[in-house]
Design a protein around this ligand. Structure first.
Ligand SMILES: Cc1cc2nc3c(=O)[nH]c(=O)nc-3n(C[C@H](O)[C@H](O)[C@H](O)COP(=O)(O)OP(=O)(O)OC[C@H]3O[C@@H](n4cnc5c(N)ncnc54)[C@H](O)[C@@H]3O)c2cc1C
Ligand code: SF4
Length: 502
């Protein structure tokens, strides 16, 4: 029986979505469980891959979806919406009960984690609960969560549930010290057997034009932090955001909710090259945020009570070796725009005190970063013997899924450094069952994804309530039927796939 179960899990192909997921969540398995209405089991499958499944289900940038094979037929499976249905509708008692039965003996080793964001929390969980080390987690801010708590606006994920999930992740063998910024790394090193730097990238790239230091010119990251701390509840009428990434659009959408009537994002490249995901910029447009491409600020001046931003129009003069635009000033004369607040979202860097003696790359990341696209190895995660790095501090601005993946890898690497085997796997889902058979009633060709219910754009402008409503159980089951179970194609190629292949 046990070997049959193992076969059911192992005699499978690696589905494209699983290969594309930084933490390797078993997407087809949870889709198969949801399709059968087994939401608690699906929740357990997601939880097996990470200690913060709720955070992932609500805010993941879903790097898997562009790789989904169903996308070749008509549209990718709404993989993240399914994950959210698993955590929303699936009782967590199932995996929690199982977790309580997994015991680990204390190793007597002392480990410090600096930074309580997604990477640090993930590493602290595995190092403490799973591997048995005594972890002290130092976080500079009053609460854990990193950018999940102080960067992302509240309309993305329910704060109370996130808080509960984080508390659960650090409940065993993790001594949490919030409001504890680490300055003296050498002292920490003397008191611990290994250290992890998971300090993120919370320092905004400065704007280098005259007027950048005016008080109404603010880093978007600082603005979002103030809003998330409850320290800022209003903005002026006109807000300009400089940048084109996800942070720029989050800042713009936040300004809209604080009452700004005219919010514009100005980007110095062509619209098609903004680093932001289309779903982030699209949601901002629905909420009335305007966007202008190919403009760069020349200077900012105070004119009466307002700011005047003088801008140069740009043109695409050439393209580089990867076909990205190289811009140059356009022939038109500079133009001007008035605003009450300018938010700067031009990039981020790690905040590393020079006393730490840690080398940084030109991109502002810890030098532990691998120079190859391959996954980081344990030594590449090591800044120097006993000192490890993980998350955005190493990767540069990325995503929570990548931060989770790095937190896991760092925990394994640190355990090996401390003499362990680095094995962090946990089995929290029940043994494989009916979901390991190809479903007989897959959605027919041409069936579009079930649309995620969204709050109306007009009501979104007025508050920080959740934008995405989440699937009902029935909607989730219907969407799960669109998954063609690429993992089970050794058993059978589904008819719906054969049909579209002609
Ligand atoms: C505005 C915004 C919106 C985003 N939206 C999304 C999204 O929707 N989906 C997504 O996948 N990703 C999103 N991201 C990216 C995601 O939040 C990050 O990739 C992720 O948080 C990185 O995790 P981390 O643990 O490496 O760093 P962080 O989350 O930055 O955590 C680092 C922690 O270290 C602490 N710290 C720093 N220095 C010290 C010190 N010396 N002592 C003690 N503590 C210290 C910081 O206070 C912070 O809490 C967003 C990022 C931002 C800024
Ligand atoms: S069809 Fe299903 S298994 Fe295949 S890539 Fe998409 S979500 Fe993954």
């Amino acid at each position: 029986m046990v070997s049959q179960m193992a076969d059911a899990l192992h005699n499978r192909l690696i589905a494209p979505c699983v290969a594309a997921c930084p933490v390797g969540v078993d997407v087809p398995r949870y889709a198969g469980l949801i399709e059968r209405g087994m939401f608690a089991e699906a929740h357990a499958v997601v939880r097996e891959a990470m200690p913060l499944p709720l955070a992932c289900a609500y805010v993941c940038y879903r790097p898997c979806e562009p790789w989904c094979r169903r996308g070749i037929m008509e549209q990718p499976v709404a993989i993240n919406a399914l994950k959210r249905s698993a955590v929303d509708h699936g009782d967590s008692t199932l995996w929690r009960t199982r977790l309580e039965t997994l015991t680990t003996h204390p190793t007597g080793k002392r480990v410090a984690v600096v930074g309580g964001g997604p990477a640090g929390l993930t590493a602290a969980y595995y190092l403490g609960r799973r591997l048995g080390h005594a972890v002290t987690l130092f976080e500079a801010m009053p609460e854990l969560g990193g950018q999940l708590r102080y960067g992302m606006p509240e309309y993305k994920a329910p704060r109370d549930r996130l808080r509960e999930e984080i508390a659960q992740a650090v409940a065993l063998r993790v001594d949490v010290r919030c409001g504890a910024r680490v300055d003296d790394l050498a002292a920490l090193a003397r008191e611990h057997d290994a250290l992890l730097l998971a300090i993120g990238q919370a320092r905004g790239q400065p704007l280098a034009v005259p007027g950048a230091r005016l008080s109404e010119v603010q880093q978007a990251l600082d603005f979002l932090r103030e809003v998330n701390l409850g320290a800022r509840t209003s903005v002026g009428r006109r807000v300009v955001v400089l940048g084109g990434g996800n942070v720029a659009f989050d800042a713009a959408r936040t300004a809209v909710r604080l009452g700004a009537r005219d919010v514009q994002v100005l980007f110095d490249g062509p619209a098609g090259e903004t680093p932001a995901y289309a779903f982030e910029s699209g949601a901002a447009a629905e909420e009335g945020v305007r966007f202008a491409e190919l403009v760069a600020p020349l200077r900012i001046e105070r004119v009466g009570r307002a700011l005047r931003i003088t801008m140069q129009r740009l043109r695409v003069a050439a393209t580089d070796e990867v076909d990205r635009a190289i811009t140059a000033p356009a022939a038109e004369p500079p133009c001007a725009l008035e605003a009450d607040l300018v938010l700067v979202a031009l990039g981020r860097g790690a905040d590393v005190p020079s006393s730490w003696g840690v080398a940084l790359s030109v991109q502002g990341t810890l030098e532990a970063q691998s120079s190859t696209p391959a996954p980081l190895t344990s030594t590449q995660m090591m800044v120097r013997p006993g000192l490890f790095g993980a998350g955005e501090a190493v990767s540069g601005p990325d995503s929570i899924a990548e931060a989770f993946a790095q937190g896991k890898r760092a925990a394994g690497a640190m355990d090996r450094y401390l003499g362990g085997d680095g094995e962090i796997g946990e089995t929290l889902a029940p043994p494989p069952g009916a979901e390991m058979r190809m479903p007989s009633h897959l959605a027919h060709q041409g069936k579009a994804a079930v649309v995620m219910p969204l709050a109306a754009a007009a009501s979104r402008r007025a508050n920080f309530a959740l934008v995405e409503g989440g699937y009902t159980k029935e909607q989730a089951q219907a969407e799960a039927r669109r998954c063609v179970r690429c993992d089970l194609w050794r058993q059978k190629i589904p008819e719906v796939w054969r049909a579209q292949q002609g």
